[in-house]
Write a protein that binds this ligand. Sequence first.
Ligand code: V55
Ligand code: FE
Length: 490
Amino acid sequence: MQAFPNHPSFQGFNKPSRMEADVKDLEVIGEVPSDLDGIFFRVAPDAQFPPKLGNDIPFNGDGMVSSFRFKNGRVDFKQRYVRTDKFKLEREAGKALFGAYRNPLTDDESVKGEYRGTANTNVVVQNKKLWALKEDSPPVMMDPWTLETEGYSDLGGQITSQTFTAHPKFDPNTGDMCAFGYAAKGLITRDMVYYEIDPQNKIKHEVWFELPYYCMMHDFGLTEDYACFHVVPIVSSWERLEAGLPHFGFDTTKEVYLGILPRRGDAKDVRWFKAPNCFASHVMNAFNDGEKVYFDVPMAKNNGFPFFPDVHGAEFNRAESAARMTRWCVDMGDKSENFHSMVPLSDFIGEFPRIDDRYASMPYRHGYMLAQDFARPLELPNGRSMSGLMTNVLGHMDHATGKTKSYWTGPTSTLQEPAFIPRPGSINEGDGYLVAIENMLAEHRSDLVLFDAQRVDEGPIARMPLELRLRGGLHGNWVPASHLPEAPAA
Ligand code: V55
Ligand code: FE
């Protein structure tokens, strides 16, 4: 195989590891509660081959899934590539055949018309399968125990969208998976579809509608009565793809919208509320009080993605990319086309918001996110550098009191997105744990860390060191054993 490019996104802590591994019974420093019974799944982009075009953006690497099986106070680790169609074709060829992110015009002739998905963004369990997700393609099904890939699924012909979001939500009242696809009728189309899928994979409700303009629809908000779609101008066009520009660019001249679809309604019921230009990506949670809809997002003045540059040529503005949790409110009972309000919720600067998912779509109190504290030192040995964002703080916000708690990792490491684990037997919101991967940047290793979700400021209650380096990942989730198929014989 050829060398990976001499570029920070392919060297140092970001060097693709390409490592599939099994480690039985990780070392535990501290104590893992013995009643935790389930698996923490997460996924990261990890390019199998050097990029076809010489360089690539971080979002285009092949999906590598890690699983951490918790039982009886012990933790087993497993890691496998998702065998996407792309992965298999490229492995056969011994090199990259697919070109730039979301640009099929850059692909080898031999793979025209194939799924381009990398399954590198999120992993969730639904109907006893692990779904590996990338928003440009259908879901890929995997065995949650072995991490063997079964392949793409359209749920027996039920999913007619060409794409499926990497950020589905589970309705805690019904167990239904609520999801959407954008560019659902083809690349750069404004077509959206919203699906509600029951726990046995039957599509119960489906609504097709159009966006005001094509853009990256990465996440959405679910409330008990509404599905909420934020339209932020991370835009594209066929002209960009033909010119070989990055698929997306940020347009500071366009308006932002929040589209509200009544969950039991139809396309004609969608309302688009307008707000001035801004940037927002992940949704912490959303809820409604009658016709008032609340939508919580880390919101920034300007673009958050340096590799999707300003369409008018402005330099990336680091200071303006700082995101703060903000509560958007629109009123379905109001004739106004404008937002009702936008209220900041905390001073944390950061992203990767999470909640106790049992409170998804409902009024909630506890929010968690990765924060960036630039006043804290970063002291790495010579030759070591950060991988991506300096997310050096785990933040906990109590929306009821406005109080926050935070944990700083120290000067030589950063954190990846946490997932919430409910304390077995407890139904109280926020009563549980947070699990995350800590990037041990100085040592080029990774630790799995477990926090008490009520006391993040006290630091991890358990640390499981890996003698492996896990690349910067995107998303993951805790899945209790009760949601998994029966465990295979040991
Ligand atoms: C994101 C990540 C992606 C992607 C689109 O905001 C958006 C995160 C890892 O891939 O394709
Ligand atoms: Fe995401």
